[in-house]
Design a protein around this ligand. Structure first.
Ligand SMILES: [Zn+2]
Length: 355
């Protein structure tokens, strides 16, 4: 039997085995092709579509690990919100969140020089062709004045006093908002104060009355206070009586939105309410013009600019870093953030060099 060719049934079995093997191989090849094709689609399909599906899943759902990754991608804040917000309000008593947000904000802000959300928007410009600014004024941006170590948006009374003393001893002149405007508009040359600076305080914290006012009063320094009337009387914030006393002491009181909202997230009507109602309440309470706006979180869009223009606002301050100049669009004036954790040397470096 050895060496004799296989008999017929054996050949048949071998033939069918080979055929089955071939089909198996073909099937595996086909399956592999299909599967890699699916991966290809997965990789290039628009991510938002996947995110939308995932967003229907309740947060913390234990179903898929992958969904968490996708959701966290969605939750990542957009760069425009990271670069220019001013800070969370004090009512956000979660200190961890407060510090983490502000760190992102201000560590990058001076370098980033924040491109405005609404760059190129139709709005009045002071001069059509950019040239070297004739007027350049540091507008210092303060918030809360109290003791809160580690929080860069809060400055201690001792440090504020040290800075005010420095300004006084080195011939700087904190000016009123009216003087600032006349300087920017080139009307103040005859009586231009020496080394003008504008001191601004955002949000209307009660410590501005209790701590900042007496320190500034020592040198008869005026300041500009941007308040959200919807926050007035709330814990940690000024009441109208205190605001009136600040006003009588030479502080200019101007609007910062009714409720300190993220304006670009609102409809045109909601934005108009936030901006106009804040102005109305300040004007009614104090009997003054309140037509210089300050963007909450430094955020604005084309709608914001149109509302300001349509309703006759004169200027608006951002959180973009730099000196305010006569070359900047009037609704995009820059300021200098004062980091409450920095020492006097860093503060001095933020001021313009004088001969
Ligand atoms: Zn604010």
């Amino acid at each position: 039997m050895v060496g004799v060719p296989m008999n017929f049934p054996s050949k048949r079995i071998l033939f069918y085995s080979l055929l089955a093997g071939l089909f198996t191989l073909l099937f595996l090849l086909l399956a592999s092709c299909l599967s890699s094709f699916n991966y290809g689609i997965g990789d290039f399909s628009p991510i938002p579509a996947i995110i939308e599906v995932q967003s229907a899943t309740p947060m913390g759902s234990p179903s898929e690990g992958q969904s968490e990754v996708l959701v966290s991608t969605k939750d990542k804040p957009t760069p425009s919100l990271e670069i220019t917000p001013d800070h969370p309000l004090i009512e956000n008593t979660d200190l961890t969140m407060k510090s983490s947000v502000t760190l992102v904000t201000y560590v990058s802000a001076p370098v980033a020089a924040a491109t405005p959300a609404a760059k190129g928007a139709d709005q009045p410009t002071i001069k059509p062709t950019p040239s070297a600014p004739k007027v350049s004024i540091p507008v210092l941006n303060y918030h809360s004045v109290t003791i809160d170590p580690g929080n860069i948006v809060v400055i201690s009374p001792a440090k504020l006093e040290e800075q005010m003393t420095y300004l006084h001893d080195h011939g700087y002149t904190p000016v009123s908002l009216a003087t600032f405007i006349s300087l920017i508009e080139g009307n103040g040359s005859a009586a231009a104060p020496e080394k003008p600076v504008l001191l601004t305080f955002d949000d209307g914290y009660i410590d501005n009355y209790e701590q900042a006012l007496p320190i500034l009063a020592k040198y008869a320094f005026p300041a500009t206070l941007f308040i959200s009337p919807g926050m007035v009387d709330q814990v940690g914030y000024l009441n109208w009586e205190q605001i009136k006393k600040l006003h009588e002491a030479g502080w200019d009181i101007q609007p910062h939105g009714m409720t300190h909202p993220h304006l670009p997230k609102l409809s045109a009507n909601q934005q108009a309410y936030e901006i106009l109602e804040a102005r109305k309440q300040i004007e009614e309470q104090l009997g003054v013009k309140a037509d210089v706006f300050c963007y909450p979180y430094g955020e604005f869009n084309k709608i914001t600019l149109k509302i300001l223009m349509d309703h006759g606002f004169r200027y608006a301050f951002t959180t973009q870093q730099g000196y305010a100049t006569d070359q900047q669009p009037p609704y995009q004036l820059k300021r200098i953030f004062i980091n409450g954790e920095e020492d006097l040397h860093s503060f001095i470096k933020k001021l313009p060099k004088h001969d």
